[in-house]
Design a protein around this ligand. Structure first.
Ligand SMILES: Cc1ncc(COP(=O)(O)O)c(C=O)c1O
Length: 413
């Protein structure tokens, strides 16, 4: 374990001030926690306080913060090369090794990837690919969806509050209720070339569709010649107790989008499709490119992360520990302490409080007591629990105890 770098209180305070002064603020308010280290399932504050992390840096640290295998791979690659010309001009073994490994976990023959720096960038690529391959501009997306903040990704993101100030966005997008196949069918007019969906919606609060919904979308796309894109940015890399959340229904899309945990903690995203579909991007040549996407350091980290998950059976572990987590959450609901319900797959969990107005206060209280949980972008009533897949069971239990105590403390005020 590396050092925890405690800071003098005055130095930590200066960072708090300068954070406000020099960094673009997107969430109002002065921040309490100055993070100076993170390892495994622990985040360390500037005063040396160790927090149990039940957020994974929002579903990124699936293999744990500063995973030793990832650190070793990064160190070796940084000393070997950091950046050359990534796309098209040279073969970079680190990139090939990573893409081959990614192909080993994606379903069927979806084994050709375009590598990016982030989830939103991968969504942009997937939308471009879908439009180009189908030859049709219309895009069907779903209420509650979150796909990112760039113009294209924002256009297919549900929450109006995020979209409105930036309009006009990409035209041709229509939203229908998530899980409603009939509405999807009715909205599939001839101009729709792309259907984009999170198999399980993340920011909406881990919303699980009815059985048959994803298979129905597959059928619709097959019947109408549209490209089906699954956004697995949050649900991939073992989070739901499967490599990809789509495996809960065994439906194969035309394009899978990944990011977040894909790079083992480094920035890395991908959109992955069959060779024939991906070949659309060859015509005209250079129609889709990036400078840094799939850089060798991120690829080395991602390769180490996938191999670590395989070697340590973390996908199965997420499923098993998820069952335990669900038992604990059942007990919390039954105890009548102020938790109304929860939704979960594997270690991907959202709980709804009886009183939604106290959600942020409970999150802050849990932090004050040494446990990090998160809120959701599209569901203000919900608390997110997405621990690293490597979290020890007793650490998870301690985290949940603190969360329950925090709910009791705030709800009882
Ligand atoms: C389902 C989903 N898609 C796309 C994104 C965008 O990814 P990024 O923040 O890396 O651009 C996110 C981020 O939270 C996400 O949850």
């Amino acid at each position: 374990m590396t050092g925890t770098h405690p800071l003098e209180p005055a130095v930590a305070d200066r960072y708090r001030d300068e954070f406000l002064r020099y960094l673009s603020q997107t969430v109002p308010g002065r921040k309490e926690l100055v993070v100076t280290a993170a390892h495994g399932s622990t985040v360390v504050g500037s005063d040396g306080t160790e927090y149990i992390d039940l957020t994974s840096g929002i579903a990124v640290a699936n293999v744990g913060h500063a995973n030793p295998d990832v650190v070793a791979a990064v160190r070796e690659m940084v000393e070997t090369m950091t950046h050359v010309n990534v796309y098209g001009r040279y073969v970079i073994p680190a990139q090939v090794d990573f893409a081959r490994e990614l192909a080993s976990i994606t379903p069927a023959d979806l084994d050709v990837s375009f590598l990016t720096n982030s989830g939103a960038e991968a969504i942009e690529g997937a939308l471009k690919l879908g439009r180009k391959a189908s030859g049709r501009p219309g895009i069907l997306a779903f209420e509650g969806a979150f796909h990112g903040r760039t113009m294209g990704a924002l256009s297919v993101t549900w929450k109006e509050q995020y979209r409105r100030p930036f309009e006009p966005l990409v035209p041709g997008v229509r939203f229908v209720p998530f899980g409603d196949l009939e509405a999807a069918e009715a909205a599939m007019t001839d101009d729709v070339g792309v259907v984009i969906v999170e198999p399980i919606q993340g920011e909406a609060g881990v919303v699980i569709p009815p059985d048959g919904f994803l298979a129905g979308l597959r059928q619709l796309c097959d019947d109408r010649g549209a490209i089906l894109v699954f956004d697995e940015v949050q649900g991939g890399m073992g989070r739901s107790g499967r490599w990809f959340s789509l495996e809960h229904w065994d439906v194969t899309p035309d394009v899978i989008v990944s990011a977040k945990a894909l790079g083992g903690g480094l920035p890395l995203g991908a959109f992955t499709a069959r060779a024939a579909l991906m070949a659309t991007l060859l015509d005209p040549p250079l129609s889709h490119l990036t400078t840094f996407g799939g850089n060798p350091v991120s690829c080395a980290a991602g390769l180490a992360a996938i191999r670590f998950i395989k070697r340590n059976g973390l996908v199965e572990r997420a499923a098993e520990l998820g069952t335990h987590l669900a038992t604990r959450l059942d007990a919390m609901v039954d105890a009548g302490i102020g938790v109304a319900r929860y939704r979960a797959r594997g270690l991907w969990t959202a709980i709804d409080l009886v009183d939604p107005s106290i959600t942020n206060t409970v999150v802050a209280e849990a932090q004050r007591r040494g446990v990090l949980v998160g809120s959701m972008l599209h569901n203000a009533a919900t608390i997110r629990i997405v621990p690293p897949l490597v979290i020890e069971r007793d650490q998870l239990d301690r985290g949940l105890d603190v969360l329950a105590d925090s709910v009791v403390a705030i709800a009882g005020r």
